[in-house]
Design a protein around this ligand. Structure first.
Ligand code: ADP
Length: 368
């Protein structure tokens, strides 16, 4: 903190003690992560610590300026004036714009002890507010996703109860809708539980050598009926020599989710290819389709929870909007990575990398 402390005096006695106390105070304030300033009685900044300059991204001097000249905020200026004149404290939150927008919580208080002037402590709450928003958005999304099937189930059940049950033409259709919507509801709940287990790290993932060809074939069997119904050709080309060090159930779920999407979003008579190759200490698995592809603007957000390119289409296909988010979490937990390359009209390719199993890393030549 500038100007606060006189240079330590060589004099013995109380002066030295005061100098030391001030030096300690200065070191504490300079070491704080929060920004601090002190103003004179007329609200002009007379001192501040380094953290404040960093927090405000201020390239110019703060000392000698009033609050309102440093931060564009009438609220802050008034809080400083109140602290100086009326000796009252205030808490406020500032939204600072600029290259790196920040949310800063400020506590302004009078210096007291007949000193005149005020002090203010600035906390950076940007990350906190961002997390609050993520949580609120998530709760809103979950409620919305749950509401859709619940409303349908309730509506059709009520219609059946109020007479439609005895209508032999309408009743089976309604029961069928109720059945499909309840399946959708349970898929959503399963996906949410899976995500929450992954995020809380409650799920203990194993690290075992897994034959990737077997895992890919296992996952492809689960989507084969859907592929057949859409006349989509599934081509699995994975060398039986490729082993990854990962969780067996996790790998199968990753491949299954990617394959399911590829089959689901590729129009009738399409093609889906699964390949794998050794890439140094990793194995790279690709799931490629010749479906509609995805516009570049969607790609950075594709792995977010509930992010969908085409909401209506995803729901019609029975998607929960959580599949890729689960893939991302699982792959990261297995010390791997996932990315996508796609463009409209050019299909989509998802790349998953996982650590190669050590026995294979040591014993077998780098082959694909
Ligand atoms: P969903 O349950 O909606 O399929 P996902 O998280 O699995 O949710 O996928 C997110 C979105 O990414 C999907 O809604 C879809 O718009 C898009 N998507 C995923 N895979 C593909 C693909 N192979 N081809 C085209 N779009 C895809």
């Amino acid at each position: 903190m500038k100007n606060l402390i006189a240079t330590a005096s060589a004099d013995p006695g109380p002066v030295n003690e005061v100098s030391r106390a001030l030096a300690v105070l200065r070191a504490v304030i300079d070491g704080m992560a929060e920004g601090v300033w002190v103003t004179s009685e007329d609200g002009t900044v007379v001192e501040h610590n380094n953290a404040l300059k960093e927090l405000l991204f201020s390239g110019t001097a703060l000392v000698g300026h009033k609050a309102g000249e440093i931060v564009e905020s009438d609220e802050l200026q008034q809080a400083v004036e109140r602290a100086c004149r009326e000796h009252t404290s205030s808490r406020l939150e500032l939204n600072l714009e600029g290259v790196r927008p920040r949310v800063v919580s400020v506590h302004v208080s009078p210096l007291g002890h007949d000193l005149g002037g005020s002090s203010a402590v600035f906390f950076d709450v940007t990350e906190l507010r961002r997390l609050e928003k993520v949580r609120k958005d998530f709760v809103a999304n979950v409620s919305h996703e749950l509401r859709t099937p619940v409303t349908a189930i309730r509506g059709y059940a009520e219609t059946l109860l109020s007479g439609a049950l005895s209508d032999p033409a309408a009743a089976p259709k309604m029961v069928d809708i109720i059945h499909r919507q309840s399946e959708r509801l349970s898929e959503l709940v399963e996906d949410l539980l899976e995500l929450s287990r992954l995020e809380s790290r409650e799920l203990q993932l194993l690290e075992k050598p897994i034959n990737l060809a077997m895992a890919a074939l296992g996952a492809s069997e689960a989507v084969r009926p859907k592929a057949r119904a859409r006349n989509t050709e599934l081509v699995i080309e994975v060398s039986p020599e490729l082993f990854v060090l990962a969780d067996p159930r996790g790998v199968e779920q990753v491949v299954l989710n990617l394959l399911d999407n590829a089959v689901k979003y590729t129009p009738l008579n399409g093609h889906v290819w699964v390949h794998a190759r050794r890439a140094g200490a990793q194995v790279e698995l690709t799931v490629k389709d010749d479906g509609p592809g995805i516009e570049a603007r969607h790609l950075p957000r594709l792995f977010e929870r509930f992010y969908r390119v085409d909401k209506g289409r995803s729901r019609d296909m029975g998607g929960t909007g959580l599949g890729l988010s689960i893939v991302k979490h699982l792959v990261t937990a297995m010390k791997g990575d996932v990315r996508v390359e796609s463009a409209p009209g050019q299909g989509s390719t998802f790349f998953v990398t996982l650590p190669v199993a050590p026995e294979v890393a040591g014993n077998s030549p780098a082959s694909s």
